[in-house]
Design a protein around this ligand. Structure first.
Ligand SMILES: C[S@@+](CC[C@H](N)C(=O)[O-])C[C@H]1O[C@@H](n2cnc3c(N)ncnc32)[C@H](O)[C@@H]1O
Ligand SMILES: [Zn+2]
Length: 249
């Protein structure tokens, strides 16, 4: 990430451990309060604190790092097997976010940035993508170049410890993998924290037969923190996906 892009990102950034602002030092970012430093790896500021790698998150990182080169092609084919196009899924999810004007948008678990061009249709404002997998983010950079989508900030981090200040985003999407985060409750609380009052948090995920049988598809509703109000919960494409939309009070 270039120095200019990093400058633009700074106003959103907060230490994932203490919440204070961070500043740019030569080749790393540093928390103004606790002094913790965050390296820049392969062009991405790296906010993956030790706690990010608890439980299943370590495995998620390893698996998605391996899957990254194949993700776009395979996922698009897999979804077609169910008679759904990737385009229709992303349109449904992103339109449910009600993005407008100059909204600042964050996608947690942004992957290879498949939703980002859809955000851009609705906002000229800043778009930030966060993921635990560096290889997925590298694919993201290639995709954004190919699609000519500009001014997107990408950071390494985890949904459970977001490296952003309170209330800096108008819209936050947790896009896939939420059910398999090591601490979904904490991740939804974090998404609520970084969303401004009156803004929306949207969670979408795939629904498997096991998710339906065990009620795991209702996880976002069960772990909803105070301060988030459930506005809608709906299934898409015959219960292949769910989209839960919350209002931040
Ligand atoms: C199924 S992909 C979804 C990518 C993208 N949102 C999309 O719609 O194409 C799931 C992504 O979640 C990321 N991920 C998994 N656990 C995470 C966590 N705890 N914090 C942040 N990202 C995580 C993975 O690295 C992967 O890129
Ligand atoms: Zn700090």
């Amino acid at each position: 990430m270039g120095a200019c892009l990093l400058e633009g990102l700074l106003k959103f950034l907060g230490c994932p451990k203490c919440g204070c602002g961070v500043e740019l030092s030569d080749s790393y970012l540093k928390c103004r309060c606790c002094g913790r430093s965050f390296p820049i790896r392969e062009g991405f500021p790296d906010f993956r604190v030790g706690e990010c790698f608890k439980g299943v998150n370590t495995l998620q990182r390893i698996l998605y790092n391996m899957y990254a080169p194949f993700y776009d092609v395979l996922e698009s084919r897999l979804i077609k097997l169910y008679g759904v196009t990737e385009d229709s899924l992303r349109e449904e999810v992103v339109s449910s976010m009600d993005i407008g004007g100059g909204d600042a948008v964050l996608e947690v678990s942004v992957g290879t940035c498949g939703n980002v061009p859809y955000f851009r249709r609705f906002t000229e404002g800043p778009i930030v993508g966060l993921d635990i997998s560096e290889k997925m983010l590298s694919r993201c950079v290639e995709n954004l170049g190919m699609w000519s989508v500009e001014d997107v900030y990408l950071v390494l981090g985890c949904g459970e410890y977001l490296p952003f200040k309170e209330g800096v985003f108008d819209r936050v999407l947790i896009g896939g993998a939420f059910t398999y985060f090591s601490d979904p409750r904490r991740a939804l609380r974090e998404a609520a924290r970084v969303t401004r009052a009156g803004g929306f948090v949207v969670v979408y995920d795939q629904v498997t037969f096991i998710d339906r049988a065990t009620g795991r598809d209702k996880l976002p509703v069960r772990v909803k923190p105070e301060g988030l109000e459930l506005l809608s919960y709906r299934y898409l494409f015959g219960k292949l996906f769910y989209v839960a939309k919350f209002l931040k009070h």
